[in-house]
Write a protein that binds this ligand. Structure first.
Ligand code: ZN
Ligand code: ZN
Length: 404
């Protein structure tokens, strides 16, 4: 297998009109959740005629396209997610969402388009490839556990990847710049929902009722004390009560209060500990005031953990391909969550970020992912395409041998 460091960026730039056209077509027709038939049809059309085997499952529109190299070797997985968000788009783009209430505000349109172009480029170099590349096109990243369903459908078995790589675009990093870190890259995100029940009554005579409102207030504050007093400051956790609803009139003590929020952690240990303690604090405070609490803690995505050996390889490849100024080791994780974490639980790998700040904007002020005004620099996409190709090549040539 021959190295092609400079060649990847040139090939990605030559592919740029196709990358941009596909990204815009997907952007115009966003799809939500696990079922993304129009998007996967666009992907299949773009991949048509290439030397790829397609694997699909029953649970989602997910597709794994397998490129068998000319000779045997390792297997590397590259991933792109395909789904959009349930929100209106408010951008001036002429290819903005044609659907009310759905928008590609997380850049998954760009992820899919970059992965398609990487597949085309790597297929063209098939005779130089020793080993196998899996292109994982997954729906349902935005809270629908799409990666987990694809794993449960067996799409990552036979062949099982030896390493996995994903890119996420981010408008708040300079265009074309890469950043990432070993260990926790993104947080876990669990949701808690609580119905706190007292006894309704007249607001003038609280002693004849059991007022759940001050109890809810105590719970909100106690959860913050829990975080600062019981959690190791070097293994940080965020607990936010983001919904608090009670009452219908100024002179009525309501029977119930509804609270809901999120628990974010950077280790599975902290995640488990805090989940238990949140439950305990709510139950104990409710009981102390003669209220009851129905508590649901809904498991979201696990912590996204980047493998040290893969990150060493990725950092080296980005530096060699794009120059040392193109790479920054991120000091801190992102407290958002990613279902690529499910892949990384099974396969050593890494997710890194690619800066896509729109031209002429200050990246610190650019509208972030999930904003109704989120836009991205399409010029940066060629670097993402080249990064996919270069990381796959480096892993297939070197494995982990030179990566530590
Ligand atoms: Zn998102
Ligand atoms: Zn995303």
């Amino acid at each position: 297998m021959m190295r092609n460091f400079e060649g990847w960026l040139a090939a990605a730039e030559a592919m740029q009109p196709q990358t941009v056209a596909l990204r815009r077509a997907i952007h115009r027709e966003p799809e939500l959740g696990l079922d993304t038939p129009k998007t996967i049809a666009k992907v299949k059309q773009a991949l048509h005629g290439l030397p790829l085997q397609w694997k699909e499952g029953r649970s989602s529109s997910g597709l794994v396209a397998v490129l068998e190299g000319a000779s045997p070797g390792h297997t590397v997985l590259l991933r792109g997610d395909m789904d959009a968000l349930p929100m209106p788009e408010d951008t001036p783009l002429d290819f903005r969402s044609a659907l009310d209430g759905a928008m590609h505000a997380c850049g998954h349109d760009a992820h899919t388009a970059m992965l398609v172009s990487a597949a085309k480029i790597l297929c063209a170099r098939r005779e130089h490839i020793a080993g196998r590349v899996l292109f994982m096109f997954q729906p349902g990243e935005e809270g629908h556990h799409g990666a987990r369903f694809m794993i449960e459908d067996g799409l990552l078995d036979n062949p099982k990847p030896d390493a996995a790589f994903a890119l996420h675009v981010i408008p708040n990093v300079a265009t074309g710049h890469f950043t990432g870190r070993t260990g926790a890259a993104l947080a876990s995100d669990d949701t808690f929902q609580v119905v706190l029940r007292g006894k309704g009554g007249h607001a003038s005579t609280p002693s004849l009722a059991v007022d759940p409102i001050p109890v809810a207030c105590e719970i909100v504050l106690a959860l913050q004390s829990l975080i600062t007093r019981r959690v190791d400051v070097f293994d940080p956790v965020v607990v936010t009560v983001a919904e608090l609803r009670a009452g219908t009139a100024h002179n009525v003590i309501p029977e119930t209060v509804y609270l809901a929020g999120t628990i974010r952690a950077l280790s599975e240990q902290a995640r488990g500990f805090v989940g238990e303690k949140v439950r305990h604090v709510i139950e104990a405070i409710a009981a102390a005031h003669d209220c009851t609490a129905e508590i649901d803690i809904l498991a979201g995505y696990p912590v996204t953990l980047n493998d040290a050996r893969v990150m060493a390889l990725v950092g080296r490849v980005i530096t060699e391909t794009f120059g040392p100024a193109s790479w920054t080791t991120a000091a801190a994780p992102v407290m958002g969550a990613e279902d690529f974490s499910y892949v990384l639980q099974r396969v050593p790998g890494a997710m890194i970020f690619l800066g896509v700040c729109p031209e002429g904007q200050d990246h610190r002020l650019a509208c972030p992912c999930h904003s109704n005004k989120m836009m991205l620099s399409e010029a940066a996409l060629a670097r993402g395409v080249a990064a996919h190709c270069a990381v796959a090549e480096a892993f297939l040539i070197d494995g982990f041998d030179h990566a530590s």
